[in-house]
Design a protein around this ligand. Sequence first.
Ligand code: ZN
Length: 583
Amino acid sequence: MAYEVLARKWRPQLFTDVVGQDHVTQTLKNAIETDRVAHAYLFVGPRGTGKTSTARILAKALNCQKGPTPVPCGVCDSCREIMAGNCLDVLEFDAASNTGVDYIRDLRDTVSYAPARGPFKIYIIDEVHMLSPGAFNALLKTLEEPPRHVKFVFATTEPQKVPATIISRCQRFDLRRISARDIVQRLAEIAQAEQVDIDADALLAIARGAEGGLRDAESALDQLIAFRGKKIQESDVLSVFGLVARRTLESLAEAVLKGEALQALRIVAELDRAGKDIQRLVQELIEHFRNILICSYAGENITGLDITETQLDTLYAQAKLTDPARILRIVEVLTETDGRLRYTLSKRTLFEMALVRCSRAAVVVTLEQILEQLQSLQRGGPGPAMMVTEAKASFAPAAASQPPARAPIRDEPAKAVAASRAAPTVDDSDPIVKLSRNWHEIVEKVGHVASLAKTYLLDAKPLRLVGNHVTIGFDPEFAASKDKINQIPRGPRAVQRAISDTLQREVTVDFMVLDAKSTLPGDFKMQSVTESPSTEADAPPAAPLPPEPPKTGAAKNRQEWVNNPLVRKTLEMFNGGIVDIRE
Ligand SMILES: [Zn+2]
């Protein structure tokens, strides 16, 4: 038996088989059931989304010998002829291959003849926008007064090229791009039936490559089977499509979110060497950050995101690396870059510049935040720690692992308060700061011993150190992670080991869940309580601030200014130092 391509073999036979177009198929089913089928339909949508398949199912539904019925039997002569494409009552025409004047003329001459077998004569015209103006005119005459036994189904990818006079005489349906999730599911069904061994990442890669067209996805699977046989991996798919592995894409995003521009550039260099399409990469990155943005806004109640479960975990973890405003900024930068890439010769350079800007955007303090924090300080309200917490940045930039120089701030308000300084002033001798900075590495280290523990630790952060006891905190939404980590054999022990190694002294470790309402004690959700008195560089106590700064004009020496809580908070906020005191 001759080989039949998958897209043909698995063509949907019933309305319920059509993937991702329920809004169309349900309406058609209802129309058939209630005998309100329009005399002309226009199916609009990208290629491979099921337009002609739906048209043929509609034809079967109308002409099935048990019909008209929303569920054509598939076995009667009529159904089988339509499936085989040799039914005399269903006349398909592809306007892309012929301008159609002769066809339409012929159609006009024969349209009034009764159908050969079924109750209806059904004309299906694919890519109808390609008809010549003459053909449209001829068609219009028939559309204005169609015989009762005639139905038209037009399909097009470019509705704007279809004359309004035609569109206005049709019932229009817009078929959507099919979600990656639906495509993955459908491909998995096909692969299983065809006994093809293909993993989830590979399926997802095909879906990404097909960009919402199921037929393209099915053709790609065909191609891959021909290329690789019955065992297909993600790398096979990536090489066929020139796509970037999902994990590489995720690590690129992570580098950007952590402000690690150098790491991002390294990844780009690798991808460039492998000959990946930069434009495509930028678009996929935009999509990824958009998904992160949605995750960070939607929290747990996520809906309508076109991704699989595996991706979701990563998205949530990455959403926690910074706050939504910064992700929005990253999306803006990348979108702008996407537009400019078409016109540039050195795509890689432009992309690299964009990534550096994105990395900075991920960690730089925004002007709004500065103003908000200043106002808050003047009101004697919560300090920067709480502001940052409210902004959902669980890790403030200064506390993130390998923080970049924090905000070379150019805005005037900043200068007015304190001159910016290039180097960060986070005190590395503070053990908790040290843990926070090295948290990523600590988590990685734990992962080597107990990989599951690593997953849960990503949701945690070092909270405080009292004596030789370190407390690791989980946000309330990750309360379950706390229990789980304690249940992992070697889990807690691995954490203790990694932390002791980092601090270069033996410590004990416990885990706690933070109170939903209260923020953590201390700045940036962290606090060290050591035996030795705090050094000058330590974070000031989070106790209520005296609302009033020293009165202007009063004789104050430098030390008094330095000790003033408002001044200290401000210096800390900007990573600043006092250059001059004017009264
Ligand atoms: Zn039938």
